[in-house]
Design a binder for this molecule. Structure first.
Ligand SMILES: NC(=O)c1ccc[n+]([C@@H]2O[C@H](COP(=O)([O-])OP(=O)(O)OC[C@H]3O[C@@H](n4cnc5c(N)ncnc54)[C@H](O)[C@@H]3O)[C@@H](O)[C@H]2O)c1
Length: 253
């Protein structure tokens, strides 16, 4: 029970990596706040945790809206009175090189993936400081470390998250807040299944995603969640500004 007595906020917690992370934090004793813009999936994921005997709260919010983020933080304080861990996981994917990416696409990807993490951190940090410290874990991507072909806006949003991680780690260390990032490689989630499903031959597209990495498979949401929990835990007490790749060896090549 590494997180007994802690309150963990996970954004994008209705599905995929965020859902697995919220469940893993709950199993290890945390009271979890599931934040998502999808009401139906968010409520279902929260109900499943409550039915398993865990403490869970769903807050409907779009992380790219500052009003939604402020309301979300108010709900957390009202409900649990503190905020110890923030996982900035909500994210969207977009394919397209620089000529195929419209200004609207660019702004939408940056708004959700990067500004969303900025806003949640900006409004969570004062609450963490009042509580004596905290931990932020950002879900970046292998795409923030290397230039993956044909997804310029997504790559830039994730590279920005890595810079956000390092900057906040340096700025917030004195206030007792650690800030780290996980860079997942392609992981079997609804986001990836949708992208693969849009390919002319989805099975071949999936095999290509597997074959580009030394471990020759996609990651599981549990594998990414356990890295997030590690960085949020006291075991990683000396880690701040750290960027942890969990990508089947993709960026080691
Ligand atoms: N799946 C992968 O291969 C992979 C690889 C590297 C990084 N990532 C990153 O991991 C994170 C989670 O990805 P996933 O594959 O689990 O995605 P997913 O699409 O399966 O789930 C994402 C969740 O975020 C929510 N969400 C999206 N936009 C939101 C917004 N504006 N406000 C609030 N909630 C929002 C969605 O409703 C959904 O519940 C993303 O940041 C993604 O970029 C995923």
């Amino acid at each position: 029970m590494r997180f007994e007595g802690k309150v963990a906020v996970v954004t994008g917690a209705a599905l995929g990596i965020g859902q697995a992370a919220a469940a893993a934090f709950a199993r290890e004793g945390a009271a979890v706040v599931l934040v998502d813009r999808s009401q139906a999936h968010g409520e279902a994921a929260t109900r499943a945790l409550e039915e398993a005997g865990h403490q869970a709260l769903f807050v409907l919010a779009d992380v790219s809206s500052e009003a939604d983020v402020c309301h979300m933080i108010e709900r957390v304080i009202e409900h649990w009175g503190r905020l110890d861990i923030l996982v900035n996981n909500a994210g969207i994917y977009h394919q397209g090189d620089i000529t195929q990416t419209t200004t609207e696409d660019w702004e939408r990807i940056i708004a959700v993936n990067l500004t969303g993490a900025f806003l949640c951190s900006r409004h969570a940090v004062p609450v963490m400081i009042r509580g004596g410290g905290g931990v932020i874990v950002n879900v970046a991507s292998e795409a923030g470390l290397v230039g993956i072909k044909g997804q310029v806006a997504y790559n830039v949003s994730k590279a920005g998250m890595i810079a956000l991680t390092r900057s906040c780690a340096v700025d917030l260390a004195e206030q007792g807040i650690r800030v780290n990032a996980v860079c997942p490689g392609t992981t079997d989630t609804p986001l990836v299944r949708e992208a693969v499903g849009r390919a002319p031959d989805p099975a071949a597209a999936r095999r290509r995603l597997e074959a580009v990495r030394p471990l020759n498979r996609l990651g599981t949401v549990e594998e990414i969640a356990s890295a997030l929990l590690y960085l949020a835990s006291a075991e990683a007490g000396y880690a701040t500004g750290s960027i942890l790749s969990i990508d089947g060896g993709y960026t080691a090549q």
